[in-house]
Design a protein around this ligand. Sequence first.
Ligand SMILES: NC(=O)c1ccc[n+]([C@@H]2O[C@H](COP(=O)([O-])OP(=O)(O)OC[C@H]3O[C@@H](n4cnc5c(N)ncnc54)[C@H](OP(=O)(O)O)[C@@H]3O)[C@@H](O)[C@H]2O)c1
Length: 252
Amino acid sequence: MKYAIVTGASKGLGEAIAKRLINEKIAVVSVSRTENDRLKKWALEKGVDYKHLSCNLSLEKEVQEVFMEIAHLIFQNDPNELLIFNNAGVIEPIHTVGNLDQTPIMRNIQINLIAPIYITNLFLGKAQQTDTKVQVINITSGAAVRPIEGWSIYCSSKAGLNMFTQTAAQEQKELNTHHKIIAFSPGIMDTDMQAQIRSSSEDAFKELEKFKEFKEKNMLRKTDVVADALVNLVLCGDVESGKIYNVNDLLN
Ligand SMILES: NC(=O)c1ccc[n+]([C@@H]2O[C@H](COP(=O)([O-])OP(=O)(O)OC[C@H]3O[C@@H](n4cnc5c(N)ncnc54)[C@H](OP(=O)(O)O)[C@@H]3O)[C@@H](O)[C@H]2O)c1
């Protein structure tokens, strides 16, 4: 049996990934603060195993407790493959350094970087005593490799995620395991995160007008197009562990 964990499946890209996985008859465990009734209904219609666990990924204790429970739930079914989509992410705080709110700094790093590290470490560890093949897909951003004024925390957390992906993949290769870890840059998509970006101010975010234009000129991709490209890649069985994939290379 194949299982997938999708963080941030309540909306946006995570919802589209989870929906496509359900269409592929893969059992899905969804993790976010709010439950997605559309996915629950969809899975029921398709007769696919689906479970939602509520978790605030910025809270260390909650992450530990919820993911231990998920590990127990999944490994008791002895799956042959487990796909982990570390997709949940936040953009805030948006401002120049020196003007950042302090609390969202910590929250951003917890959700975008520490939670994916914790989850990957937990499941690669647990998989050692099983025959389960683990594939980790860390959702990154072009902001990981381009400094964007006003987004220092987001850029830094995604850059950290890229380096974590590459390092962990190298270790797994060295250990001769069959586990794979990749990062995937989804490009600009029409989600709440983009709406949040557009609602920031020009003094906090220099490129505001450009991002407003992306929406006005219909340049934001639909999440199902991006999710299809990603899931096709992951299911083709030929991903290159350690690689930072970009949706633009998959869709052209
Ligand atoms: N949209 C873009 O243009 C774009 C571009 C490049 C990269 N990305 C990346 O793509 C991924 C998905 O982004 P999106 O645009 O789909 O974002 P989105 O629509 O804002 O959705 C974010 C998801 O993350 C979850 N989340 C946020 N805070 C959380 C918390 N504290 N605990 C648990 N879950 C939390 C949300 O669930 P709850 O609120 O229910 O908890 C939601 O499901 C992110 O990693 C983002 O950085 C997006």
